[in-house]
Design a protein around this ligand. Structure first.
Ligand code: FAD
Length: 362
């Protein structure tokens, strides 16, 4: 079982034990305070587990003919579906809408189906979303919502063509989310402190945020070395709610409907169909490369004074108006969506150790 964005074992070893001693054993008087998260079991307001739609060779954006219909796939975004939603959907709609006139069907009402539907509407075409489940009962609602291209392919399994798609998708998403910043959609910039030698720090180098190493005087974290960058955070519940409203305001329809085989699509009136069913594509379209990567989160009572995020081998913390999100795990081939109390206890223990270790506090 893969645990955490890396492993909990590594995580606990990487935290420094002392409060005023950093790395080399030198003592620093300078320390820029931040309010610590109050990590305690009594502050947990909910725990969740969700299944990321993971493919080693990356997400699928591809068109094919299905009887008389044109089918465009847009699924398999692993741990980065929120991040890549607008960009991947842009690639999919560019592929599907060329030369098309008339109504369009979108399968799936998670973040991918909703952004695809909006782009179809922005191109001037009517859209109907068909989905087995609607928010809040989608994986997209469980996501922490950090703009961070993490956990959606294996380095040794991707093609140069995929890398090019990824780069284009990331670029479009990055720009699109920026013009949606604000309370309406629950999207905000936050300074993010990242353990500098964790895998997370390498990811930051793959997309554009301003980032730099910070000195020990510039943060209170009990870590050897820290990189700070600013990125976007999406309050997923609010965002999906608002996006559904956008689809409906623009005349879009939403129908609850489950498809069991591709042949079911023949009954749809639309000639163009976008498949945004996430992990559902494994069964519906027989994509056996698609695997669940379970993620578990503990959500603490909101702490409005916490206006930064932190991540590293100890896990991650994203503050949202609806709660402080503590994560997380990355457990391949685990299908059970019941949070495991032992794993949740481990998440809390590592986070508590991290925040209790703050060298100074606001
Ligand atoms: C714990 C956790 C934390 C995460 N954190 C982040 C993060 O910080 N940043 C980030 O970018 N990503 C994150 N993710 C990943 C992100 O949640 C997913 O990549 C994303 O939600 C996938 O979106 P989707 O629309 O493809 O799938 P879903 O949200 O699963 O939506 C699929 C839709 O298809 C429908 N459907 C499925 N099968 C059928 C069928 N047979 N017939 C009809 N309809 C069907 C479903 O009902 C649903 O409406 C996280 C995921 C987890 C689990």
């Amino acid at each position: 079982m893969l645990v955490d964005r890396r492993t909990f074992a590594v995580g606990s070893a990487a935290l420094l034990s002392g409060c005023a001693t950093v790395g080399t054993g030198r003592h620093y008087s300078g320390c820029t305070p931040l309010p610590p998260v109050l990590v305690d079991e009594s502050r947990v307001i909910r725990t969740v587990a969700g299944l990321r739609p993971y493919r080693r060779s990356g997400f699928v954006v591809r068109a094919e003919a299905l009887g008389t219909k044109r089918l465009v796939h847009n699924y398999g975004h692993g741990g980065a579906g929120i991040t890549l939603s607008w960009g991947s959907s842009k690639l999919a709609t560019e592929l599907g809408l060329q030369g098309h006139i008339g109504p369009v069907a979108v399968l799936g009402c998670g973040v991918m189906g909703l952004s695809t539907a909006r782009l179809v509407q922005e191109a001037g075409l009517p859209v109907t979303i068909y989905a087995a489940a609607l928010p809040p009962d989608t994986t997209s609602n469980i996501a922490g919502g950090q703009f961070h291209p993490f956990g959606f392919f294996a380095e040794d399994a991707v093609t140069p063509e995929f890398r090019a798609q990824f780069a284009r998708a990331l670029d479009y998403s990055w720009r699109r989310f920026q013009v949606m910043v604000g309370d309406d959609y629950g999207i905000h910039w936050l300074p993010t402190y990242v353990e500098a030698d964790s895998p997370e720090a390498k990811i930051i180098a793959t997309f554009p945020p301003v980032n730099r190493m910070v000195s020990v005087a510039e943060h209170p974290c009990p870590l050897e070395s820290v990189r700070r960058h600013d990125t976007l955070y999406v309050e997923t519940g609010r965002y999906l709610r608002q996006t559904i409203r956008d689809v409906q305001l623009a005349g879009g329809k939403i129908e609850v409907r489950r498809f069991t085989t591709p042949a079911d699509l023949a009954a749809l009136p639309e000639a163009l169909v976008f498949n945004c069913t996430g992990l559902g594509s494994r069964e519906l379209f027989g994509d056996q490369e698609l695997h669940p990567a379970r993620g578990q989160l503990a959500i603490l009572e909101p702490q409005p004074e916490v206006r930064y995020a932190a991540l590293g081998d100890f896990g991650y913390m994203f503050p949202r108006p609806d709660g402080i999100v503590l994560g997380g795990t990355f457990e391949l081939d685990q299908w059970d969506t019941t949070p495991d109390p032992k794993t949740i206890a481990r998440i809390l223990a590592l986070q508590k150790r991290f925040f209790d270790g703050f060298r100074c506090a606001a």
